[in-house]
Design a protein. Structure first.
Length: 119
C-alpha cells in the first residue's frame, strides 16, 4: 500500500514563500515520478510541476515557472515544492502524486494541503 502525506501548507501574504513536503511510504520512492497538482475553489484540478524518477528532470506549468521549484530527496522518501513570489491566484489545495515507471497516469495521491495567499 502506497501512502503519500503532504505538509507545509498555510496562510501567506502575497510575495511570500512556502515549502510543501510529500512523504511517500510503502514502496520504493526512487522508482516514482513525483508530481504536484492543485485545485482552487470552483475549478478543476490542474498540473503544477513534476520531477522524474531517473534523472531528476523537472517540468512546470507556465503559471508557476520561475517561481516554483520541485525537488526530491530519495534518502528521505520525500518530494518538495518550493513556492516563492506567491500570488493570490496560487490559493488552492495542493496535492502530491506518484507515477510508476512506464505508467501513463499518477495512480497514488495524497490528501492535500491548503495554501492560502492573502493579505
Amino acid at each position: 500500500q502506497v501512502q503519500l502525506v503532504e505538509s507545509g501548507g498555510g496562510l501567506v501574504q502575497p510575495g511570500g514563500s512556502l515549502r510543501l513536503s510529500c512523504v511517500v511510504s510503502g514502496r520504493t520512492f526512487s522508482s516514482y515520478t513525483m508530481g504536484w497538482f492543485r485545485q482552487a475553489p470552483g475549478k478543476e484540478r490542474e498540473f503544477v510541476a513534476r520531477i522524474t524518477w531517473n534523472n531528476y528532470s523537472t517540468y512546470y506549468a507556465d503559471g508557476v515557472k520561475g517561481r516554483f521549484t520541485v525537488t526530491r530527496d530519495n534518502a528521505k522518501n520525500t518530494a518538495y515544492l518550493q513556492m516563492d513570489a506567491l500570488k493570490p491566484e496560487d490559493t488552492a489545495i495542493y496535492y502530491c502524486a506518484a507515477r510508476e515507471i512506464a505508467a501513463s497516469t499518477f495512480a497514488y495521491w495524497g490528501q492535500g494541503t491548503q495554501v492560502t495567499v492573502s493579505s
